[in-house]
Design a protein around this ligand. Structure first.
Ligand code: SAM
Length: 248
């Protein structure tokens, strides 16, 4: 069971999203628990204010450190230490290998910013890791927190219907993107399903999937490292090609 605690000013939309699809399934199966906490509840002034103007001037408001720190301390007093992650556009880029690492954590705390972000002392004092979901700026960390939660939750054993799905997805064992997939009808608007997929020849289908996945990756994401995945029954033969993945 992985406990995700999401600190946010907008718990309702997060709870609504987490009550559908794979996150609902993961919770029903007892694989994850998702607790959304409004850090405004930890303010002590009568206006329940969470933000203030930045020292030195400039546009926008910043999140004050005290209510967030109190929320973290309250949570950890109840459950124990969490892996503390603050969602920040300037953080370490989040990717599939990090999901595979986070899947081993028992408790993950995801802190969602708003406005111009956090008082820098909060992140230092509580030793938050900063994580970014991409080189663009969202209005808040909620969508980023859901992206991390869902990417990790679907890797937990027993959450996906078929355990092979995650390994065969994009960025899976080979590091490649997924191959193209087709379902019925066999012909749609004059476009036919590749005949090899109808052949019943499983070895040929497997070869075709690897080749099209490799070609697609080389075309659209030549930066991704590739690992040769052994065919069933064959001895493993790892090697990498393409530029090294940047550190972090
Ligand atoms: C408008 S942004 C703050 C942007 C900040 N002033 C900057 O330029 O880095 C408000 C909040 O949205 C979240 N956020 C926005 N873009 C994000 C991204 N790409 N990855 C993770 N979190 C993001 C963060 O929690 C951030 O504190």
């Amino acid at each position: 069971m992985t406990l995700f605690a999401i600190l946010t000013l907008f718990p309702e939309p997060l709870e609504a999203y987490a009550s559908e699809g794979i996150l609902r399934v993961a919770q029903e199966k007892g694989k994850v628990r998702i607790q959304c906490i409004d850090f405004r509840d930890f303010t002590r002034d009568r206006h329940r204010s969470v933000d203030d103007r930045p020292f030195g001037g400039g546009p926008g408001m910043l999140l004050r450190p005290e209510p967030i720190a109190e929320a973290v301390e309250w949570l950890e007093a109840r459950h124990g230490r969490f892996r503390r992650i603050a969602l920040c556009p300037g953080g370490r880029p989040f990717h599939q290998r990090m999901s595979e690492e986070l899947v081993h954590e028992e408790r993950i705390l995801l802190l969602c910013g708003r406005y111009e972000g956090f008082d820098a002392r909060l992140l230092e004092e509580l030793a938050f890791e900063e994580l970014s979901v991409g080189d663009y700026v969202l209005a808040g960390g909620e969508i980023a927190a859901l992206a991390v939660t869902e990417a990790v939750a679907r890797l937990l054993p027993g959450v996906l219907g078929d355990e092979r799905s995650a390994a065969e997805d994009s960025f899976g064992a080979s590091g490649d993107l997924d191959c193209p997939h087709y379902t019925r009808p066999r012909v749609w608007r004059g476009r036919e399903v590749p005949s090899v997929l109808l052949s019943g020849d499983h070895a040929a289908i497997e070869r075709w999937r690897r080749q099209t996945a490799r070609a697609r990756t080389a075309r659209t994401r030549p930066d991704l490292p590739h690992t040769e995945v052994a065919a069933p029954g064959a001895p493993p033969k790892p090697h990498t090609s393409g530029p090294e993945r940047p550190a972090g």
